[in-house]
Design a protein around this ligand. Structure first.
Ligand SMILES: Cc1ncc(COP(=O)(O)O)c(C=O)c1O
Length: 315
């Protein structure tokens, strides 16, 4: 039992197009009408479905996860609790999100998102029997030989995550995301759930600007702002996985480059100007989606100027 894909769950949490949806019988839960998890409803569903594994941890959820509640529901229904904290691993390491460890049987995470390490993953379990089964499923079940270069890089990433400056980075990441959400809201954008409590936020651009998310993501990339189009909960009936109503953005990279809350005002303004420069309605294949190409050029220069004042490398 895990979160449905279009409400922020991951493909590997039981989507029918993933082997996880083909090998296992899945019951998916979603967000409520406020775009947030509803633990009473999840508990009711779990009591009825009686899952073997109850999964929390998401790809596009801007709230804090109450691991204590998930752990209690899992114990009540006799399920193994699994938190896939890929997205928030760095926030947990830096103390900017509560830890799943006291409450979960299994904790898994990729090491290349907020944890800022190499493309890899870690799986931890408290119970020796469960850990043994996972170890065997990984090797020889699914994986070939170990990649020692990646393992060494994980060591470096975990070493960095234990430092005080990583704590500052993870707290600043959340502060920046909150400020960005607030500034976008002031400018009339529909922030999913009204705010964010972590490193990412979602805009429902169909609701605010009557546009598809993909058009907005492509336009933003053209001016130098890279984010992705994404499904949003409680969307219009036009939303499809590859044709979603929203966009998703995160603050870890720009925070790593040194941006603070005051810079989020500039980022929000550039996103807002870009979106307001995109045509609504149907656009022919050979037609540009820009309303005003001079404005596009001005925004692109402003994005470049802001980005170059926060270089990727400080040396
Ligand atoms: C919750 C969650 N789990 C697992 C993954 C898998 O990560 P990747 O596809 O980068 O290996 C992701 C990636 O978005 C994720 O969000």
């Amino acid at each position: 039992m895990a979160m449905r894909l279009d409400h922020g769950g991951h493909l590997t949490h039981g989507s029918p197009v993933s082997v996880t949806g083909q090998w296992f019988e899945i019951s998916s839960y979603g967000c409520d009408e406020n775009d947030m998890l509803n633990y009473d409803k999840i508990r009711e569903q779990a009591l009825e479905f009686k899952p073997d594994v109850l999964v929390c941890g998401y790809t596009a959820y801007p709230g804090v996860i109450d691991f204590e509640k998930f752990g209690a529901i899992a114990r009540e229904v006799g399920a193994i609790s699994l938190a896939d904290v890929s997205h928030i691993a760095g926030l947990i390491a830096g103390g900017a999100h509560p830890s799943p460890y006291p409450h979960m049987d299994v904790v898994s995470f990729t090491t290349h998102k907020t944890l800022r390490g190499p493309r890899a993953a870690i799986i931890l379990a408290k119970d020796a029997e469960i850990m043994d089964k996972i170890d065997k499923a990984v090797f020889p079940g699914l994986q070939g030989g170990p990649h020692f270069n990646t393992i060494a890089a994980i060591g470096v990433a975990l070493g960095e995550a234990a430092r005080d400056d990583f704590k500052a980075y993870s707290h600043q990441t959340v502060a920046n995301a909150k400020k960005l959400a607030e500034e976008l809201k002031i400018r009339g954008h529909h922030v999913v759930s009204g705010t964010t409590q972590n490193h990412l936020l979602l805009l429902d651009v169909r609701k605010s600007h009557k546009m598809p998310g993909k058009r907005v993501a492509v336009a933003l990339e053209e001016v130098g702002i890279v984010l992705n189009f994404n499904t949003v909960p409680n969307a219009s009936d036009r939303q499809k996985p590859l044709f979603p109503d929203g966009i998703r953005m995160g603050t870890p990279c720009i925070t790593t480059r040194g941006m603070k809350e005051a810079d989020m005002v500039k980022v929000a303004s550039l996103i807002d100007r870009t979106i307001n420069n995109i045509k609504t309605g149907k656009i022919a294949d050979n037609e540009t989606f820009w309303k005003n190409i001079d404005e596009t050029r001005n925004i692109t220069s402003a994005v470049k100027e802001l980005a170059t004042s926060f270089p990727t490398f400080a040396w």
